[in-house]
Unconditional design. Structure first.
Length: 247
């Protein structure tokens, strides 16, 4: 039976939100909110945190979580996970981002089911509900083929409404295939190793989206859909939204 494990890539520095994983929300670091959430949602799966700095390692270990030290020079979370999995040795790896404190059991199990199929990589998406979110470059869009595979990912609002000159409203977003990509992935181990040997792709470098490297090299990415509420913490404002959810 294939071994499935969760590996959470943790990088200390962040361009848009410096040291966001150590940002405290109600007295607890963001990364610890994520760690506790994963443990509570899918206790049956092994979880390792692939960290690049002792400042991240310390609070995780103090709270009883497993950590693996990885190189600080990795250009993407997938590269970091590839290094970590050489120790974990999982056949299927689920990547939960360290800034997704509302990840659900259903989302993780959906990824596990997708990666158990034919594809080498899988991810999740959810519907956009507002034009403001759809046009926000911090919220990544995914366009999905009829067979459930990703066609492309972009920070731009795609699909682009030519008839409306790109000036879309909430009703248009609700009526059309406008999907937000969630920072959750699953990989087969051999793709992880292959990914680590590939140079950064042209579109990956432009958009700063590592999953484009996979598409640029001819691999399919299966896309599952979820309606579970989620908040990816990319900015201080996102941290405030999560704190508001906590009450």
């Amino acid at each position: 039976m294939a071994k499935t494990a969760i590996i959470v890539p943790c990088r200390l520095e962040s361009t848009r939100f410096p040291r966001k994983l150590l940002h405290k929300i109600k007295g607890r670091e963001l990364v610890l909110w994520v760690a506790a959430r994963i443990r509570g949602e899918v206790p049956e799966l092994a979880v390792d945190f692939a960290v690049d700095d002792p400042l991240l390692e310390a609070p995780l270990r103090a709270a009883g979580h497993e950590t693996l030290r990885t190189s600080p020079s990795h250009q993407s979370g997938t590269d970091r996970i590839a290094e970590a999995n050489r120790l974990v040795k999982a056949d299927h790896v689920i990547n939960v981002q360290a800034d997704e404190p509302m990840v659900s059991a259903a989302q993780i199990r959906s990824l596990a089911a997708l990666i158990a199929g034919e594809v080498a990589m899988a991810t999740l998406a959810t519907r956009f509900r507002t034009a403001a979110d759809f046009c926000n470059p911090n919220q990544v869009k995914v366009v999905v083929r009829n067979d459930g595979r990703a066609l492309t990912f972009s920070r731009s609002p795609v699909p682009y409404s030519r008839d409306m000159g790109g000036r879309v409203d909430d009703a248009w977003v609700e009526a059309n295939p406008c999907y937000r990509h969630l920072g959750l992935y699953a990989y087969k181990a051999d793709l992880l190793e292959r990914f680590a040997t590939l140079p950064a792709g042209r579109y990956e470098r432009i958009e700063k989206l590592e999953q484009l490297r996979v598409l640029e090299n001819g691999y399919d990415i299966a896309v599952g859909f979820t309606d579970d509420p989620t908040i990816g913490v990319d900015t201080p404002e996102d941290a405030e939204k999560f704190e508001a959810v906590l009450g």
